[in-house]
Ligand binder design. Structure first.
Ligand code: IVH
Length: 669
């Protein structure tokens, strides 16, 4: 058996080695050991930490896998507000910026030009060389404490190395997702029938907000650093401080350049406007900063932006390609979207074969013909869009677009309501994509979250005639599923189990899952809280509904329309008989575990990770009881910093144990 002292030494040594390998792999992209050797060291460390929990440390590389504890994020105020940058798209405005700078600091100075990484900004505080917390931008004044998620990003050092590290400083950067990770993630989501991310930026900021850091760890995020703030920084220039930060272990990209004139800045812009297509991540422009911190101070800030920096934004990346044909897609609500099939082309990190043409008006506006060369651009949406036509390339074999009059799926005559840009198929209950779309929405993660059932399985079940509406899901049996293509016994069992579990979904989510037009997640929550049950909702008048916050004519009308339809009523009857929750539960605080059952716990002091209210809630959710005063019946005190001396004395008198926040979280893990 290894002695405690030996274990301590070995643990420290292993941590150092593993972090060095992390740095080589995630920051330098130059691994020096095989995955096998790396895993071997990691397993060794995990085993030792398990044997000697007294040496556990949140900065250990083993903790980078995250934890399953769900938590709402607490808010942290930024010590220095997180401002944004002034934007420009034109060279003239950039020259005007240069003029303004020169007016204040004269002619003798230097700029630094950097890439403008397109991700989610993050502000990290390091104290005594260790990561203290990581906070999102939020409203600039305060943001979400996402430290536990950020800890899982391997290129972010938890403990710094090297010299000249200020006692306390903040470092800001961009959390990014690289193209290959993004494409892989969206592929997986598509296969699982989950909604796709529109772009890597959304995927990165979405990942940061996941309430379970072990899931964040799997998202493979990265972080580029671009700005240090604090007292006692090692150098008087921005550029040198960033070089130092690189020595401390941060990933400071090499794409950064000192420029002694605006000409050099323009050259940098020109270079990256071309080369950005080759980068494995997205950038949306260039940032120009005055290099000297003294000059930066002289220039100062406006209310929203620094006067010493500016962002030059690139125009959205555009390509031209040939439009081969047009498909007309019918969505869950019956809305028809024309989608262009294109000759495959590279655009902002992905290969594009399809692009939206939005609606009949847009086709007419752009004057698009089949066979034309069209301009394609990526906007904020998942699918790129056609934004124009290169008429100079039109050939005689191009033909004008005939907009369809009947639904391509069920043949019903399309309608176009006044004020609506889109055509609709009115055959709600007989049009296959509308039926399948409603079922897919019902089972999706934010609705009933029925795992194992994706778009493909719904398609199979529908084609086999096994489901025609959401109520039918609850009559499926394992023996009906097994014969389906690519379905094993195990998957069939899992699906049926998951359908069974979905009966526990709270009413507000069931209400959202029903797919009533305009009843999104928030509206469903408000309706469930105010009205209480499906039966009450069914008989609510428009006036009743409009009493509820956020509900106006349009939503009220849609709800009434939904409950007028006999078919919907019979589906609801079906769900009711299956045991799906169609009313708010009396006692809706569900226990997460019974780990604190029978314990009476007092909270005292201030805490790092959670607020006192959040801790109180956690105690209750794990079966414990909160107590307001110390007595012999108190099981333990959850003690934070600055616990009052009187309470400490009383605790000692009764011999009551003090438990730290970290220990407590371990208890309920
Ligand atoms: S400097 C006080 N440098 O752009 C100046 N920002 O619109 C702090 N960004 O919120 C920002 N790359 O998220 C800076 N090289 C870079 C950047 C950068 C991306 C983002 C950042 C900021 C936004 C400003």
């Amino acid at each position: 058996m290894i002695s405690k002292e030996e274990a301590r030494k070995k643990i420290y040594h292993l941590r150092e080695q593993i972090e060095k390998h992390n740095y080589n792999y995630y920051v330098l992209s130059q691994p020096v050991v095989s995955d096998f050797e790396y895993d071997f060291l990691m397993n060794d460390l995990m085993a030792l930490e398990k044997m000697f929990p007294e040496f556990s440390d949140e900065n250990s590389p083993t903790q980078r896998v995250g934890s399953d504890i769900s938590s709402e994020f607490r808010q942290i105020e930024h010590k220095y507000p997180m401002l944004s940058l002034g934007n420009t798209y034109s060279e003239e405005e950039l020259l005007e910026f240069d003029e303004r700078v020169k007016k204040v600091i004269g002619e003798n100075f230097e700029y630094v030009a950097e890439l403008k990484y397109d991700g989610a900004s993050i502000n990290m505080t390091y104290i005594n060389g260790k990561l203290r917390h990581a906070v999102t931008r939020g409203d600039g004044v305060r943001g979400d404490d996402v430290t536990s998620n950020v800890r899982t990003i391997r290129s972010i050092p938890l403990i710094l190395k090297g010299n000249d590290i200020p006692k306390e400083f903040e470092i800001r950067g961009e959390i990014l997702m690289f193209h290959d990770t993004f494409n892989k993630l969206n592929h997986e989501r598509e296969a699982a029938g989950e909604p796709l991310f529109a772009n890597p930026r959304n995927a990165a900021s979405g990942a940061l907000k996941i309430q379970n850091s072990s899931m964040v760890a799997k998202r493979n995020l990265d972080c580029f650093l671009y700005y240090i703030v604090g007292e006692g920084l090692p150098s008087e220039t921005h550029y040198d401080n960033l070089q130092k930060a690189r020595e401390w272990g941060f990933k400071v990209p090499q794409y950064i350049q000192k420029c002694s004139s605006m000409d050099a800045v323009f050259k940098f812009i020109e270079l990256w406007n071309h080369k950005r297509k080759e980068l494995p991540f997205n950038i949306d422009g260039i940032v120009v900063k005055v290099n000297s911190l003294k000059h930066q101070k002289q220039l100062g800030f406006t209310a929203k932006t620094p006067r010493w920096a500016i962002a030059f934004k690139f125009k959205a990346e555009q390509v031209t390609t040939r439009l081969v044909s047009i498909d007309f897609q019918v969505g869950r609500t019956g809305a028809v979207t024309p989608v262009a099939n294109l000759e495959a082309v590279h655009l902002a990190g992905t290969i594009v074969k399809r692009a939206s043409l939005h609606n009949a008006d847009q086709i007419e506006l752009h004057g698009v013909w089949i066979g034309d060369h069209v301009f394609v651009e990526k906007g904020g949406e998942i699918i790129p869009k056609v934004v124009g036509v290169d008429l100079s390339k039109r050939t005689p074999d191009c033909i004008p677009v005939q907009y369809i009059e009947n639904c391509p799926e069920c043949g019903t005559k399309l309608i176009r309501q006044e004020g609506e840009a889109k055509h609709f198929c009115p055959n709600e209950s007989g049009c296959p994509p509308q039926i399948k779309g409603r079922i897919e929405h019902f089972i999706s993660r934010k609705a009933m979250d029925i795992e194992g059932l994706g778009e493909e399985t719904v398609e199979l079940l529908y084609n086999e005639g096994l489901i025609r509406n959401i109520g039918d899901l609850y009559h499926l049996s394992i023996s009906q599923l097994i014969p389906l293509e690519r379905m094993g016994k195990k998957s069939a069992e899992n699906i049926i189990k998951s359908i069974e579990n979905s009966k526990q979904t709270p009413f507000e989510r069931v209400l959202f899952a029903l797919g009533i037009r305009y009843v999104g997640e928030t509206v469903a929550k408000k309706l469930a809280k105010a009205i209480g049950s499906i039966d009450a909702l069914k008989t609510s008048s428009s006036e009743d509904l409009k009493q509820v916050e956020e509900i106006g004519d349009k939503i009220a009308e849609s709800i009434i329309y939904f409950f007028k339809d006999e078919k919907n009523l019979s589906v609801i009857e079906n769900l009711k008989n299956a045991g799906v929750k169609l009313a708010v539960e009396e006692n809706s605080t569900q226990l997460l575990s019974e780990k604190l059952k029978g314990l009476s716990i007092l909270i005292s002091g201030t805490f790092e990770k959670y607020s006192r209210d959040e801790l109180k809630e956690l105690i209750e959710k794990h079966g414990g009881k909160n107590t307001g005063s110390i007595s012999s019946k108190t099981s333990f005190i959850l003690a934070g910093e600055n616990m009052g001396p009187a309470k400490l004395e009383k605790a000692r008198k009764f011999g009551i144990r003090l438990v730290s926040e970290q220990e407590f979280l371990k208890m309920i893990e």
